[in-house]
Design a protein around this ligand. Structure first.
Ligand code: COI
Length: 355
């Protein structure tokens, strides 16, 4: 645990909160007052600092910029009408962060640093947590390599930084996805299961191509055969057919999503048959043709629960039914909103209370 006295805190002189257009938050363009910065040098993490949010100064030669030694996480803080503040399942993100660090040859964070830094930052900037439906304070912990060195090797120094942004949902409305038959997001043995910055950079070109054609995101297929579904854009993907909830099984090319895990647990609690397994494109298309794909949605921290109404494959668009009639999606989405605000019984003890 990091007690406050072990944090070096410099507060802003004047908050920027009055300048925020609260009706136009979007996602990821408004930044709260403070950030956490922790330096790693000579094999040790130094005292965490809280600083006013703002630009940082680096050499253009830092390794992260050239060789992509950079990882991140995404979490959200919620506030209810009584002013209570919660973060959803931060321990799970802390574990995944260290797994990503290991895969990218970066030092793990010591126990408590991830969660206690979030606690400190969210407590200080809790006025920035919006309370509207779908709104939250998005928390972005990340780590990157800062050795000023152009040779290719793991860096010896790093920064762990956290900033926060008041946000709305990442996707507004129904999502249209394109099943990708050519490009890949992650290969077997690669870094797809890690939240490595480069995974997202590599996805930009095919995603832009799909977006130019009117789709929000790609539904990725496996790198070897393009036959099996993986994940979609910035989220995992989950389907319902009758009483079955099914999703691609985890592998080294799929991110172990916190929202994915929470959805599957709740589906089990509610009596659905939950399957984590390989799902072929052909199985999905057959279900769509037969009208047996009842629901499809993306699940992610930023995306929350994003209903997928349209799926494109090899030039043919398949449409699901009107999303307002989907019982699972329309139950779980508001359930999560209530749960994360602490106004639904937290039977799995997922909420981490800050205030
Ligand atoms: C999240 O859901 O938190 C993510 O990291 C997705 C992000 C790339 C927007």
């Amino acid at each position: 645990m990091i007690a406050n006295k072990m944090m070096d805190i410099e507060k802003i002189d004047k908050s920027r909160i009055d300048q925020v257009e609260w009706d136009n938050l979007g996602f990821g363009k408004v930044f709260a007052d403070h950030m956490v910065v922790v330096e790693y040098h000579n094999g040790q993490w130094e005292t965490p600092k809280v600083r006013p949010y703002g630009p940082m100064h680096f050499s253009p030669a830092i390794s992260a910029l050239h060789y992509g030694q950079a990882i991140f996480e995404g979490l959200k803080a919620f506030k209810n009408d009584d002013g209570e503040v919660f973060v959803f399942r931060p321990e799970k993100n802390a574990i995944r962060f260290n797994k990503s660090a290991e895969r990218m040859c970066m030092p793990p964070l010591p126990d408590g640093l991830f969660v206690d830094s979030i606690r400190q930052l969210v407590e200080m900037d809790h006025e920035w947590i919006p309370k509207g439906e779908g709104e939250s304070l998005y928390i972005r912990p990340h780590m990157f390599a800062i050795d000023e060195y152009v040779g290719v090797r793991p860096s010896e120094s790093y920064l762990f930084v956290i900033f926060t942004c008041p946000v709305n949902r990442y996707y507004t409305g129904e999502v249209k996805v394109k099943i990708e038959p050519k490009y890949t997001r992650a290969a077997k043995g690669g870094t797809g299961h890690a939240k490595a910055a480069g995974n997202y950079g590599a996805a930009l070109w095919p995603t832009k191509t799909a977006q130019d054609d009117g789709y929000n995101a790609i539904l990725w297929t496996d790198a070897q055969t393009h036959e099996y579904l993986e994940e979609s854009g910035t989220m995992n993907v989950i389907f319902r057919s009758g009483n079955k909830i099914f999703t691609p099984e985890l592998s080294d090319s799929i991110l172990d999503g916190v929202t994915r895990d929470s959805v599957l647990q709740l589906a089990k609690d509610w009596g659905f048959e939950v399957e984590e397994r390989k799902i072929s494109v052909f199985e999905l298309i057959d279900l769509l043709r037969e009208g047996k794909l009842d629901e499809a949605f993306g699940a992610g921290t930023a995306a929350t629960i994003a209903p997928i109404r349209t799926i494109l494959y090899q030039g043919v668009e398949y449409h699901l039914t009107d999303t307002t009639t989907w019982p699972f999606t329309n139950k779980i989405s508001p359930y999560f909103d209530r749960l994360k605000r602490g106004v639904e019984a937290d039977s799995h003890q997922w909420n981490f209370r800050i205030l």
